[in-house]
Each structure stands twice: as C-alpha cells, then as structure tokens.
Design a protein around this ligand. Structure first.
Ligand code: GLY
Length: 263
C-alpha cells in the first residue's frame, strides 16, 4: 500500500449528556501517540475504543445503560479496510466487547451473539467481569466510535455501545450491523451514532460511504446528505468519517463530542 498520513477521529455518542469532549480528546491522543510510534490502524482504533469503554461517562462497556429488565448487554464491531470484520451482540459481563470483536477478525465467522458470544470469549481467555452499568436516561449519548488510518493507508473502524436507552434485552441496534453503525471500504470508513433503529433502516454508514465513492461527495457533504435525507427530523444521529487522505470529520444533528488528529 502507498504511504499515507496517519489520522484518527472519534466520537463519544450522539445526544445530550455530561460534558464528554475532553474524554474523547484523551482517547484520540492515545491513538495518535500509538500511530506516531508505528502502531497499525487496527491497534490504535481498538485501544482508543477500550479507553472509551472503560470511561463510565459513555454508554459503552463500563458505562453501558440498563436494558428494560435491568441487564447490561453490550454490542461492539470492528471493520478493517482489508475487509476483515468482527462483531458481537448483547454480551453480558464483558467490559471490553471490542476486544472480543477484534479476536473474531481472523476467524471463519464474523459475528457472535448472547450466551454463545460470551462462551466463545471465555474460550479465548476474555475474563468475565461484571459490568455495573447505569440507569438509562432520556437522550443520553449512546455508542462510542473510533476510526484510525495508519502510515500504510490501512483503516480500522471500531464501535461499541450499551444500546439506546429504554430498549428490551433482545433488541439489536445499529452498532453490530454491517453498513448500519459502521462501514470500512478500502478507501473510506464511516461510523454512526444515535437512534439505532433509524440508522439501521437507512443503512446509514454504507449509504454515506457510497455517496463519497460513487457521487464524489466530500466527507462532510456525504454525512450532511445522510443525516438530512435519510434520517427523519427529530431523530438524534451523528457520524464520523475518514478517507484515504486528509483529516477525519464529524457531524451530527444533536450534541456529539468528537475529536480528530492527523499527522
Ligand atoms: N446507536 C446505538 C444503538 O442504537 O444501540
């Protein structure tokens, strides 16, 4: 692959909530330092995502919100620009589901759900650890996402969530669904946040990528098109994206802390 300028972009969830900007910037800084030290996009995206999962202000990992029955069920996805993909759905007792998604990249399966996902994680040495979680809140920021590009031009897109507030335990949101909450092609990566049902119905991440690759839109034009044309007014949604060149970008129709770094 030709040389590229490393970059990273991350968000801390669409929707209002406590001030989360500095926390997102801290995760971006770690990913930036890793990329500058020669880490791959995949390594940097996963580590930044772990930092966000470990931070209780975010609805992901440790801070995941309760489902309607009081359970904490976590989703995560990872997509690499070489086509590898891993995702997990509704994992219990797993503070860092993104690490399980990462272990799926080189497996003959892409995704795992529920008890099977947890059992598989056990077999791969991912310790069970109770996730305290927290009560859901109206409009609270949901999902975290990180996209990184390394000096080879490889990109990786990592997302993680406890799911939108006030959802039943069996509900599946956008984060673990390819093309919905995440997409990484060879040239472009997009991650979405917000109301998973609307994002899924719109196939939002894929459609925004397609708009750039087929229509020649800029990242910000495509994200703006996706949010205004594919999402109903009043539905909280945000996006981050990163192309083969240039800095990452973020856009949302609600509060969404996001930050970027490029070398
Ligand atoms: N965007 C996260 C979810 O809807 O589950």
């Amino acid at each position: 692959m030709p040389e590229s300028i490393p970059a990273v972009v991350a968000h801390g969830g669409a929707g209002p909530g406590p001030d989360r900007q500095k926390n997102v910037e801290a995760a971006v800084k770690v990913a930036a330092d890793m990329l500058e030290s020669g880490a791959s996009a995949l390594e940097a995206a996963v580590e930044a995502c772990v930092i966000l999962e470990d931070d209780p202000v975010f609805n992901a990992g440790t801070g995941g919100v309760f489902r309607n029955d009081g359970s904490v069920l976590l989703d995560a996805s990872l997509h690499v620009s070489d086509g590898r993909m891993g995702f997990v759905i509704a994992m219990e007792d797993t503070p860092n589901p993104i690490r399980v998604a990462a272990d799926l990249l080189d497996e003959p399966i892409n995704g795992l759900t529920g008890v099977g996902a947890r059992d598989w994680a056990d077999s791969r040495g991912h310790k069970r650890d109770r996730v305290e979680g927290r009560p859901p809140a109206e409009g609270i920021g949901d999902t975290v996402g990180v996209i990184a590009r390394d000096s080879t031009g490889a990109m990786a897109c990592a997302t993680s969530t406890g799911g939108c507030s006030y959802r039943p335990p069996g509900r599946v949101g956008d984060v673990p669904l390819p093309g919905c909450g995440f997409w990484a092609s060879g040239d472009l990566s997009v991650a979405a946040t917000g109301e998973g049902e609307a994002i899924t119905t719109a196939l939002l991440s894929y459609k925004v990528s397609e708009r750039v690759l087929q229509n020649g839109d800029t990242l910000s034009e495509a994200m703006s098109w996706g949010i205004s044309e594919l999402i109903e007014e009043g539905v909280s949604v945000g996006l981050i994206s990163l192309g083969r060149d240039g800095p990452g970008e973020g856009l949302s129709n609600t509060d969404m802390p996001w930050a970027e770094w490029h070398g």
